[in-house]
Design a protein around this ligand. Structure first.
Ligand SMILES: [Zn+2]
Length: 268
């Protein structure tokens, strides 16, 4: 950490983190990599390991035996661009970090077994996309739409009655961006026991997307991945910023997205 960051952290620590109990507040000026090291955090340990293995079983059950995305702790939920891997937020590594996340942001994304499984299926959709380098050909674009040019999935105003999108993650997230639409559709398509032909029979656009994704899964299911290189973007075990600085930036960004969203909603 450089001296400039230390000054900022000190100021923010007293301004924003007073709601944390003292035992958690003490952690805030530690670097994230050090916190995870101290906690011996690893996705290879329970309970995360169990969810990852469960995801692999679901993928195999859906016909994708060769897709086993590497899962690691990052700064948030995402799949690194072009890489068949999944980053899950580091706060899921330990109860103390979950508590900090809850107290500072009001929620813990992936904090329940159901949400964890849903998020893993969603990110597996991106990993499928990356691992098989699914082409953005005419059929893909006519199914999911053209790339809008900017990737800003935090700011969108959904049509809550859309017949063209599946519902999986909260907030009608399939409508955030065509790539998110693809990942959400994939997540529904691989959900065990999900009779999506029946569930979506009155949503013709969503059903068409599901059938397209199913055809892609069948086409690639028996193939090896085309992209195997793993790059751990935003690997939390290497994050040298403090917890305080991390939350300072996050809370600032989230406040900015909230303002943009309000403006967008007002103008639509
Ligand atoms: Zn996504």
């Amino acid at each position: 950490m450089n001296s400039g960051e230390r000054v900022t952290v000190k100021r923010e620590s007293t301004a924003n983190f007073s709601r944390l109990p003292a035992r958690l507040r003490r952690l805030m000026n530690e670097r994230i990599c050090d916190v995870l090291w101290m906690m011996r955090a690893s996705t290879a340990q329970a309970p995360v390991k169990r969810y990852v293995e469960n995801l692999y079983e679901e993928l195999a059950g859906a016909g994708l035996r060769n897709l086993r995305p590497e899962v690691y702790f990052g700064n948030e939920w995402f799949s690194p661009g072009g890489v068949p891997a999944i980053a899950m937020p580091f706060y899921l590594a330990h109860d103390d970090l979950r508590e900090i996340e809850l107290l500072l942001t009001g929620s813990v994304e992936g904090g329940t077994p159901s949400a964890m499984r849903k998020l893993l299926r969603h990110e597996a959709g991106h990993s499928f996309d990356h691992g098989y380098r699914i082409p953005r050909d005419f059929q893909w674009r006519s199914t999911f739409g053209r790339d809008p040019g900017v990737y800003r999935p935090e700011v969108y105003v959904p049509d809550v009655l859309s017949p063209d999108h599946v519902t999986h993650l909260p907030g009608h997230y399939a409508q955030a961006h065509p790539d998110e639409d693809f990942a959400e559709t994939f997540a529904v398509a691989i959900t065990p026991e999900m009779d999506w032909e029946s569930k979506y029979r009155n949503r013709p656009g969503a059903l068409r997307k599901l059938r397209f994704v199913r055809s892609l899964i069948r086409r690639h299911g028996s193939q090896g991945l085309r992209e195997k290189t793993i790059v751990r973007t935003s690997d939390a075990s290497r994050m040298r910023i403090s917890l305080a600085r991390h939350y300072e930036v996050r809370l600032m960004n989230e406040a900015r997205w909230e303002r943009q969203l309000r403006r967008l909603a007002a103008s639509s």
